[in-house]
Write a protein that binds this ligand. Structure first.
Ligand code: CTP
Length: 428
């Protein structure tokens, strides 16, 4: 595959050398286009030696070959790593003031950008607006990793690991149907990981809800449930380990959120609904593992409800909470979005039907792609460290059993998610 590797002017430019190696060792033909600023970090000679091609960032070199048009036209895939705040801004506003931005404007194939910058710059409204603009044009912008940055600061802004960018690039090429893409790379025996290798969810945005919602009666009391959040937290860790960018919508949990995931705290079902709908537009996968209260008190007292001898004991009336999972499915279908939605169900069998019959009916009712079914009542699920589930698929494929620690079950669910993503057309 013919790849253009654009390198922005940040300290992480040196990591692009490892990425280039992964591409060339996998048999791809790579032309590097560094920005002028990036050559202060890594010199042109390094790129020429590693790629085996001449390197320039000037539109006035090789004018007879119309370089500024040809490179973008010929590239089957363009990868920009690191994409600095400045480069994202220039790409979003369609500037053409160097060879790399000219090439991006001429791109005929898919484009993947891997940002790296300080957390404040990444979170700045201007950068976020640029990222949104680029994504709305079909460009894949990866989420940066979290961790130690150049100075003493840490937070989201690190360039994702070269192996993760490589895997995301191969997945993008595959989903774009580029002939001689990852298949050719695999045939020629890559030294690095592939899309189905160690980082199967690289570049995939996964939102997971976990824990139990609390529905307030007054400032000190609430209606809650026994969910510990352990299964949702194990899922977040498993998705993170598979290379995904994970957002955890955390209702009440007895366990801490895992490192390396974005955490959004919520209390009530209505807050979870708002957070989930907001996350939906930016998620390739949504897993609803939270125990959501089906009902909430019709009224929440602003002051503590007092017991009084002169009045009757209070009666709590409840109103129904929205079904978030069902709503997420409706939103996805209305927007014709390519998104995988996973639900959880706690079921018991009775005289009228078995657990799986009820679960299959729930899968159809909710419209999600996968339903992870716990049989409750046999052994207690809540708060335990082990779990035993059956994964049902809307596609009708065989139910799959998984049991063991909650981490084992999480790994099985995440494996199944990656298998479903590669079976259906991957998001792009
Ligand atoms: N769920 C949701 N919103 C709700 C209730 C549940 O999104 N208001 C989600 C849960 O996170 C879970 C799935 O729906 O992924 C199944 O929840 P469950 O309580 O088992 O299903 P219910 O629809 O409440 O069905 P039942 O009548 O069996 O309680």
């Amino acid at each position: 595959m013919r790849i253009v590797l654009g390198v922005g002017g940040g300290i992480a430019a040196y990591k692009a050398a490892s990425l280039l190696r992964l591409f060339t060792e996998a048999g791809h033909d790579v032309t590097v286009i560094p920005t002028d600023a990036s050559t202060r970090f890594v010199g042109v000679a390094t790129w020429e030696a590693l790629s085996g091609h001449p390197v320039s960032n000037s539109v006035f070199d090789d004018v007879h070959t119309v370089n500024h048009v040809r490179l973008g036209h010929e590239a089957e895939l363009i990868v920009v790593a690191p994409a600095t705040a400045d480069l994202l801004a220039r790409a979003a506003t369609g500037q053409a003031n160097d060879l790399l931005t000219n090439t991006l404007l001429m791109a005929g194939g898919p484009v993947l950008m891997a940002p790296a910058m300080h957390t404040e710059m990444w979170r700045h409204q201007a950068t976020q607006a640029n990222v949104e603009t680029l994504r709305s044009r079909g460009i894949t912008v990866l989420e940066p990793d979290s961790g130690r940055l150049t100075g003493a600061d840490s937070g989201p802004g690190r360039l994702p690991e070269p192996a993760a960018i490589f895997a995301a690039a191969m997945a993008l090429a595959e989903s774009s149907g580029i002939p001689g893409g990852p298949e050719r790379a695999a045939a020629s025996g890559p030294a690095g990981p592939t899309a189905s290798g160690p980082a199967p969810l690289a570049g995939i945005r996964v939102t997971i809800s976990a824990g139990g919602t609390r529905e307030p009666l007054d400032p000190v009391r609430f209606l809650g449930n026994r969910s510990s959040g352990k299964q949702g937290v194990a899922l977040a860790a498993a998705a993170r380990d598979a290379g995904a960018n994970v957002r955890l919508l955390a209702a009440h949990m007895d366990v801490p959120a895992p490192e390396g995931v974005d955490v959004v705290r919520v209390e009530t079902a209505l807050e979870l609904r708002q957070a989930a709908l907001r996350a939906s537009a930016e998620s390739d996968v949504i897993i609803m593992a939270a125990a959501v209260a089906d009902f909430r008190p019709a009224e929440t007292s602003a002051t503590k409800i007092k017991k009084r001898d002169d009045t009757a004991d209070p009666v709590i009336s409840l109103v129904r909470n929205p079904d978030i999972l069902k709503e997420l499915v409706e939103v996805r279908d209305t927007a014709s979005r390519n998104q995988l939605i996973v639900g959880f169900a706690a079921e018991t069998g009775d005289a009228d039907g078995g657990v799986l019959e009820y679960a299959e009916a729930k899968l159809r009712r909710k419209g999600c792609d996968l339903l992870v079914v716990n049989q409750v009542g046999r052994d207690e699920v809540f708060g335990q460290d082990t779990n035993s589930v059956v994964i049902l698929a809307r596609s009708g494929s065989e139910p799959q059993e998984a049991s063991g620690s909650k981490s084992d079950v999480a790994a099985a669910v995440i494996d199944r998610v990656s298998a479903e993503l590669s079976r259906v057309q991957p998001p792009g």
